[in-house]
Design a protein around this ligand. Sequence first.
Ligand code: MIC
Ligand code: SF4
Length: 695
Amino acid sequence: MAKTLTYKILQEHLLSGRLEPGSEIGIRIDQTLTQDATGTTAFLLLEAMEVRWVKTELSVSYVDHNMAQFGPENHNDHLYLGSIAAKVGAYYSRPGNGICHQVHLERFGRPGRTLLGSDSHTPTGGGIGMIAIGAGGLDVAVAMGGGAFYIICPQVIGVRLQGRLRPWVAAKDIILRLLSILTTRGNVGCVVEYFGRGVASLPVPARATCANMGAELGVTTSVFTSDETTQQFLRAQGRGDQYVPLAADEGAEYHRITKRLHSERDAATIENIRSYCDGVEVSQPDADGWMKIAFAHVVIDLDELVPLAAQSPGPDNIHTVAKLAGKKVNQVVIGSCTNSSFQDLMLCAAVLKGRTVHPDVELGIAPGSRQVLAMLAENGAMSELVRAGARILETACGPCIGQGFSPAEGAVSLRTFNRNFTGRTGTESDTVYLVSSETAVAAAITGQITSPADLEPMGVKYPVIAAPRKFLLDDSMVIPPEPQETACGVEIIRGSTVVKPPGGQRLPDPLEAAVIIKVGDKITTDHIMPAGPLLKYRSNVPRYARYVFGCFNEDSRDTFADRALAIKATGRKGVIVAGDSYGQGSSREHAALCPMYLGIAVVIAKAVERIHHANLVNFAILPLVFGDPADYDRIHSGDELIVLDTAGTIELAQTVTVTNTTKGFDFICNVRLAPRQRDILAAGGLLNYTRLSRK
Ligand code: MIC
Ligand code: SF4
């Protein structure tokens, strides 16, 4: 039977299960990546698992997030990561070498390989035909130790690209259009596969931009064909020998996708599905207005695409740039793992050449890698950027994760990034628009949101940036692993801020618990575990845990952490009650690890996102889904709940009855766990489970 590219790569890596959508499969992981903000925990857990040497083909530890170095914490982390990488046989990409996803694409990614990364934007590797998946650090540690990675066998959403992008329209506009069709909700357990004639015209960085922001759709990953363009990219990176051609089989069919949408609240999405998908079928709305809408695949005509922008607070809040044109802009930032490639920044340099950034705008540019920065420096483009007044930021995540460059109160910031959650910049009251480099640089010149094609009457010609025939190759900032014989003599450097994370515990039976917080829909991991200046506490769970749900703490004397610890002190457990799409966004397992440290044992939500769901299970927190979403309205913060027979529930049950003793009613929750996840919970978390299965 003709197969999709996704299934072909999965089949080659299948260790357990069958390729049937919805069932659990275990796959072999060829490569791993970690970054410093999640990597310290991953390596500490690897140590706890007593793994002496990584068993993957390649594991790279990057430092790119925690670069501000206020206080000793960040540098302590770097020293730990460098020494543990040497000790266990991982490559170490030193601070300054660039953002993990950009560097991995340039120097390590290989078509047809699997990559597991402790960062949600790991799917960037799909731009060169990898199955690249984001996960929690503990899952990555298990993979480094040679263990399989388990996912729900995906449904494959086909996205047919046809035609060719017009000047001033970019890959960012493709993925923003896709976000307007599929939204950030309801895509868990799917993979996006791009196909069609339009793919060939997209250079690798453009494909990587689309694959990168697949994370915002909530899909497991996204994948592109590996073709002559991929080959040319790898050759230019001095890795032509690693090229393999890859595509879906002729006649491969994509899964028919069904989404549950509300006839009124989701009217715009329904309209987009009708306009951009083939084979659409719509059910009649039920009494509450819910309806099912099914489609065969998405079709995006590149010739007709226009510049788009995602307005905070969500990456799927899409508007055309034309509609927003004229809005005053205070800040423009170009960079992040989405749009910081050589081609992106060359385009900006060409547009800015001989011009000055608008007096009302501050422009920041963070090249994605040292390769990009060095090439711009050598060919003179960096000089154009500097002369135009751009503030050149470090080759790191920087402003994308709230490490500086926060906009003023109420400011409008245009960013080429992938996330625009409220407060992520460090400023609660700003408005962020996620845009292409083309749209960003246009605003930097005009001081207002501007359709980039409108620069032409101002004398700016569209700069065609060809893919380089040869990139500047210099891996001297990547330290390769030592031979295993000498590595055992390496001393691990452990500053006082690098603290061993707590392991999980079995759930008590019966489970008596109090609701510590009730939150709404689309709660992101940034809400649960804020980053920005607090990012430096990542290696110190007891310290970082003080800030869980910090954005909801109205009174500094009555924080989420205080309330949870008070309940923990009585021997009871804590519960988090949440709405739809709980745990969207990043892979940060601290959003499970820190609540676990505070005594949280259960999350009851209308829906939980994939990576966060896995992280909860890994740290022995039971994720439950309301059987009837209306029960959400009947529970409040402070309510006491009881779950009887926790052990039996974890072992087998598909549903469980929860008693609200405060309000005096029972309600049913669904227990959506794969058999292996039940075993993990029964063992008290993945660490204990892995230790037990090694014995
Ligand atoms: C992010 O973009 O939110 C991060 C910071 O890269 C996270 C990882 C983390 O929290 O360390 C992600 O996307 O997984
Ligand atoms: Fe770094 Fe931002 Fe990319 Fe996350 S999304 S890896 S913070 S650049």
